[in-house]
Design a protein around this ligand. Sequence first.
Ligand SMILES: Cc1ncc(COP(=O)(O)O)c(C=O)c1O
Length: 452
Amino acid sequence: MKNEILAYTDGEAYPFHMPGHKRNISDGLFPYKLDLTEIDGFDNLHRPEGFIKGIEDKAARIYHAQRAFLLVNGATGGILSAIKASTSRGDKIIVARNCHTSVYHAAELLGLRAEYILPEPATDDIYGRISPTALERQLADNPGVSLVIITSPTYEGICSDIKEIAQICHSYGAKLFVDEAHGAHFPFHSAFPQNAMQCGADIAVVSLHKTMPALTQTALLLTSNREMVQPLQSALSFFQTSSPSYVLMSCIENCLTEKWDFDGYINRIHRLENSLRELNNLKMLFRGQEDYDFGKLVISTQNAGISGIELADILRKRYNIEVEMAANGYIIAMTSVCDTDCGFDRLKNALLKIDLNCSGGWSDNFRMTFELPERRLFPFEITRTKAVDFKEAQGMISAEDIFAYPPGIPIIVKGEVLSAELIGYITALRGSNVNIISSADSYPESILIADL
Ligand SMILES: Cc1ncc(COP(=O)(O)O)c(C=O)c1O
């Protein structure tokens, strides 16, 4: 696709078409010159037959899928589409509670009755795997579930046993959709866990931009199920833009075509792991664990006398290192095949120095509850709302999703009861500078509750 873009954009054709910058701005920073839309000969994302289809076929081969679709609105557009394509209004679905906020949006928008499954705790404050046994119990208790949605790998890199989970789902007549947004790199080296398509998931979504060399918003929707191809294509037309960026699509092609040095990347990670064995107070979590994405560096501060937020702050201010995410008790540093030895050395040296200065010991006030709040209404059943003081909201039904961002996993979902514990937990998180986001503007002073 890159050659066609260059041939057209280097040529004489005058663009009486979008985009409005007419590729006539040259500030050396933004790729205006290459920015095209669907003109003749450039295929159509919503009915691909030419080079867009070629890129999708390549993606399908790499990801062991029956069919792949390019996504230019991030994994989010693929998640909304996958859920629309595999359910009907009113369906009962099972959702892992650590799913991304877009899954909750889809359930509300599509009028789905979501039952939640809690992942097993991996630590005091990190969700782990989905237990196949617990899922089977939940499917048995909820006959007629049409779709099961889980996140694997999680933000922290923990993978569930997709093979077993897929078999269980299918034996109950349910499809399995895996949010594999953080696992786009899995098929590029055998040292990573097998990808969801190889393990029997019906549908999966991967965010190329998260762990592969690709521009922000690039992602793929994948299916192993021939019957899902048409429904997915049709659902994508609801949630993907009708003006897809050719720069983004061409970037996906490049990402899938280049030979990236994964051997070098993996060696670099193992060298870093070895050096960080010297840490006394900070601790690298999950290393050596089976079915783990070792490209994620999760560093616990639980016994270091500082919080994850403070560690991220020190890394930023004293060492000029910005990490992906800081939670109360840990940080996540995301790595990729594009990292350098120099970058890894800086992180290693910074962590070793900070570790030396840590006092050790830390109270675990912020332990997650790993319990589901009581649900009184499904989100789509809430018709009227009113604002109340957040601290006075105990026992009321929230009309907002409230989550820490990142990772965008709801602490409370619309329709659930705001218990005293939840109000205390959210207030404590805010107090320790965790970025709490609510879907209404009124938070934190007030909160929207269901006005029954
Ligand atoms: C697990 C998970 N799924 C989906 C998404 C959404 O992906 P995107 O930003 O590509 O839309 C995210 C974003 O952080 C995520 O962490």
